[in-house]
Design a protein around this ligand. Structure first.
Ligand code: C5P
Length: 422
C-alpha cells in the first residue's frame, strides 16, 4: 500500500487527452479536500495538456504515465494502481478512451489500468460536439453505463473548437458529487471498522441529517451557516459501525461520505432537505436524527442571473422568507408509527433551558444541546461537548471529546435509555 494512506476511499484519477485536462488538477485537489486518497494516471496525450509533475505535486504520489515505465519520475508497478483504487474517475474522458473502455482495449497506461480495474467507475466525457453525437460514442457510453459506470455530463458550453454545444466536461464540483455518491455505496473497509460493535442499533433503520443548508440568492451567492457536517457524519459512521441501516441526508459539506451507508442523499436547500426527509421516512425508519443546521430563512426570490453590484448601489436589502421547520412541520405528517426523533439545539446562552423548550415544542424524544462557543466545543473537526436531554431533562453531560468518539458515546447512551431501542 502506498505510504500516507488513510482509510478514506481511494480514487484513481485518470486523465486523458483533452483541453479539460487542466480542470482535473482542480478535481484532484477537491477530491483530496473531501478526504479521498488520490493517485493519478495520464495518457501520453494528456501529458501534452498538463505536466505530470503538476498532478504528482497535487497527489503527492508518482503519476502513472507510461506502460513501460519510460519517462516515469519513479519506478512504478502500474497495475498496482488499479488494485489500490476503490473508485476510478476518468476525467476528461475522450471519445478514444470511451471506445477503448467499452471494448476492453489495453494499449496505453490508462486503458490498461481500466481493464485491470475491478472497482467503481466514474466517467466524465469531454469532446467536440460532433464526436459526442457520433453513434459510436453514444453506444460506448451505453455499454459503460450498462456495466455499472456512472457517467457525469458532458455539459453544454464553450468548447475549445470555438462552438457552444454539448461536449464540455462537467465542472469538478459536479464530478466530486458523483464520486461521493459512489463512495457512499462502497462496502465498509476492514481497516476502518475492525469489528462491528455489537449494539441495539444493529439492523435499525436510521435517517440522519447533517451539514448546513445553502439558500441561494442568485446563481453564485447563497446564505449558509458554519455547520461543517462533522457531527452528523460522525453519527452516521458510528451508527453504521453498530450495524444500523443508515440513510444520510447531507447539506453541502467537504466531507467524504461514510462507508457502508444504506443511502446517501446530497441536498442543497432546506426545502430539498425537507423533501428528502419526508421521502426517507416514507420508506420506513425507526430513528430520525436531525443533526443538520437547517437555515430558518431563505431569500424570498432567487435571481435568475448574478446580481450586479453596479445595479445594487451603495446598500441593498434582501427579503427573507421562512423555511419549513422540518421537525416541527414535516416530520409529524411523515413519521412512521413509533419513530424516535433526536434533534440538536445549538445555543449560545441558557443552553439547557432553551434545548428543553425546543424538545417540547417540536415533540422530540431527545435533544442534543450544545454551545459551539463554549470552552471545549466548536465547529469543524475539533473537540466538542454536548448534553443529551429527554423530556424530563438532562440524561448525560459529555466531557470534551473528538466528534467521532462523542457520536459513538451518544448512540450508546441513547440505546441505553429504557425503552428507546425497542
Ligand atoms: O429551532 P432550532 O433550529 O434551534 O431547532 C433545532 C433542531 O430543529 C435541529 O435538530 C434542526 O435540525 C431542526 N430544524 C428543522 N427545521 C428547521 C430548522 C431546524 O428541522 N427549519
Amino acid at each position: 500500500m502506498a505510504s500516507g494512506d488513510t482509510a478514506a476511499p481511494r480514487v484513481l484519477l485518470m486523465v486523458t487527452g483533452g483541453i479539460a485536462a487542466y480542470k482535473s488538477c482542480f478535481l484532484a485537489r477537491l477530491l483530496q479536500q473531501a478526504g479521498f486518497s488520490v493517485r493519478a494516471a495520464m495518457t501520453p496525450a494528456a501529458t501534452r495538456f498538463v505536466g505530470p509533475v503538476t498532478l504528482q505535486a497535487l497527489t503527492g504520489a508518482p503519476v502513472a504515465t507510461d506502460l513501460w515505465g519510460e519517462g516515469q519520475s519513479e519506478p512504478l508497478d502500474h497495475i498496482e494502481y488499479a488494485r489500490w483504487a476503490d473508485i476510478a474517475v476518468v476525467a476528461p474522458a475522450t471519445a478514444d478512451i470511451l471506445a477503448k473502455a467499452a471494448c476492453g482495449i489495453a494499449d496505453d497506461i490508462v486503458s490498461t489500468l481500466l481493464v485491470a480495474f475491478e472497482g467503481e467507475l466514474v466517467v466524465a466525457p469531454a469532446m467536440n460536439d460532433a464526436m459526442w453525437r457520433h453513434p459510436a460514442t453514444r453506444a460506448n457510453c451505453e455499454v459503460l453505463r450498462e456495466r455499472g459506470a456512472t457517467l457525469v455530463g458532458p455539459g453544454e458550453g464553450w468548447l475549445a473548437c470555438g462552438t457552444t454545444a454539448p461536449g464540455r466536461m462537467s465542472e469538478p464540483e459536479e464530478i466530486l458529487q458523483a464520486v461521493r455518491k459512489v463512495a457512499a455505496g462502497l462496502p465498509v473497509r476492514e481497516v476502518e471498522f475492525p469489528a462491528p460493535v455489537p449494539s441495539p442499533w444493529s439492523g435499525r433503520r436510521v435517517v440522519i441529517t447533517a451539514g448546513p443548508t445553502h439558500e441561494p440568492i442568485d446563481p453564485v451567492r447563497y446564505i449558509a451557516n458554519r455547520s461543517s457536517g462533522h457531527m452528523g457524519y460522525a453519527l452516521a459512521a458510528a451508527a453504521v459501525q453498530r450495524g444500523a441501516r443508515v440513510t444520510l441526508i447531507s447539506g453541502p459539506t467537504a466531507l467524504p461520505s461514510p462507508r457502508g451507508l444504506a443511502g446517501f442523499i446530497p441536498v442543497t436547500t432546506a426545502q430539498e432537505m425537507a423533501a428528502a426527509v419526508a421521502d426517507a421516512l416514507a420508506g420506513g425508519a425507526e430513528w430520525l436524527v436531525m443533526a443538520a443546521a437547517v437555515a430558518d430563512f431563505a431569500p424570498a426570490e432567487r435571481a435568475a442571473g448574478k446580481l450586479k453590484k453596479e445595479d445594487l448601489g451603495t446598500g441593498w436589502s434582501l427579503q427573507m422568507t421562512r423555511n419549513p421547520d422540518i421537525l416541527g412541520e414535516v416530520v409529524p405528517a411523515a413519521a412512521p408509527v413509533g419513530l424516535k426523533v433526536v434533534g440538536f439545539a445549538l445555543e449560545t446562552s441558557d443552553v439547557e433551558e432553551r434545548a428543553l423548550a425546543k424538545l417540547r415544542a417540536k415533540n422530540m424524544d431527545f435533544i442534543v444541546a450544545n454551545d459551539p462557543t463554549a470552552a471545549g466545543a466548536g465547529f469543524g473537526d475539533v473537540e466538542h461537548t454536548v448534553v443529551l436531554m429527554g423530556p424530563e431533562g438532562v440524561l448525560w453531560r459529555s466531557d470534551p471529546a473528538a466528534k467521532p468518539a462523542l457520536a459513538a458515546a451518544l448512540l450508546d447512551r441513547l440505546a441505553a435509555v429504557p425503552g428507546a431501542s425497542a
